[in-house]
Design a protein around this ligand. Structure first.
Ligand SMILES: [Fe+2]
Length: 307
């Protein structure tokens, strides 16, 4: 049963992973390294917006200009060596074995207020599971606010769907195809996003939902299978957050993770992950079994055809 939020848990990392695969949630207070990562991000954000308050910059420029700034800022953050070093330090602080913990590059996300910019480079994520996007079922999501946030501009988790399948478009999603065709062009989708992303294909009951409001540098950790969404921002100010994902090599090998109740995508994101110790990739022979995996459950709406 997914019913617990653990704050600053002292559980060992293997126990924590098992609990995450069972739908439990973990929160960690800001640490020295997570606070420094956020300070580093704030510095970069501030320099991108010049003299403007980054949280209110949307009121001072046309949306095209804002998108242009983000299109330059976000990749710069993602690829900066310091960003990776902070992630390694954060993982180590939280008792991850860096030799077996693989992470993907940290993303800087933004959510402007009142529908100013919600597509392309600042995509407002509809309710989704990362496993609809070719993530492995052992993927864990780490999410960190960069500035102070409020309920009105945070991230929402939808616990009901931990056990309840949602009809969705993941069966049309192939990670390699997606990368090839549309990811590069995210900055061009300023007014609407026409890319075919895996979405719910039946009405979603967003409530009950819970939103985590943490201090900058506070860390939310949840399974990549957990249904989550960007809260439609009505706070009047932008939200900036950092997220990254991890997988543990033992679970990749053992195909251990959250249960698959409704994902039918193809391809795998596993080649994006880098070893916490030396930034090497997961050996190809361990990735190959994840190509076009057959679904574990037939829900009667087409998943079986993917096998
Ligand atoms: Fe996500």
């Amino acid at each position: 049963m997914n019913n617990t939020i653990y704050f600053d848990s002292n559980a060992d990392e293997a126990t924590r992973r098992a609990q995450l695969y069972d739908g439990q949630i973990f929160m960690f207070s800001p640490s020295k390294n997570s606070s420094e990562l956020c300070a580093f991000a704030r510095e970069m954000i501030q320099s991108a917006f010049g003299d403007l308050d980054p949280l209110k910059a949307q009121y001072s420029m046309p949306v095209e200009k804002y998108a242009e700034i983000l299109a330059e800022l976000k990749p710069r953050f993602i690829h900066h060596p310091k960003s990776k070093q902070y992630i390694q330090a954060i993982l180590e602080d939280l008792r991850c074995d860096l030799r077996k913990t693989y992470f993907d590059v940290p993303r800087l996300r933004s959510a402007t207020s009142d529908n100013y910019l919600t597509s392309g480079i600042a995509y407002a994520f509809h309710p989704h599971r990362d496993t609809w996007y070719s993530a492995p079922f052992c993927q864990l999501n780490w999410w960190i606010p960069v500035f102070d946030i409020q309920s009105e501009n945070s991230l929402a988790l939808h616990p009901k769907y931990w056990t309840q399948p949602l009809r969705n478009g993941s069966n049309r999603y192939n990670y390699y195809q997606w990368n090839k065709e549309s990811r590069k062009n995210a900055a061009n989708h300023i007014h609407e996003d026409t890319r075919d992303q895996p979405r719910p294909e039946e009405p979603v009951e967003l409530d009950p939902q819970f939103r985590i409001v943490a201090k900058p540098g506070g860390i939310l950790l949840f399974s990549g299978s957990y249904l989550h969404s960007t809260v439609p921002n009505t706070a009047g100010i932008a939200r900036f957050s950092i997220d990254f994902r991890t997988v543990h090599l033992d679970d990749v090998v053992g195909k251990i993770g959250a249960p698959n109740i409704d994902s039918a995508c193809t391809g795998t994101t596993l080649r994006d992950f880098l070893c916490g110790a030396d930034l090497s990739q997961i050996p190809e022979e361990l990735v190959r079994p994840y190509e076009n995996p057959p679904p574990r459950v037939d829900l009667g709406f087409g998943l079986a055809q993917k096998a």
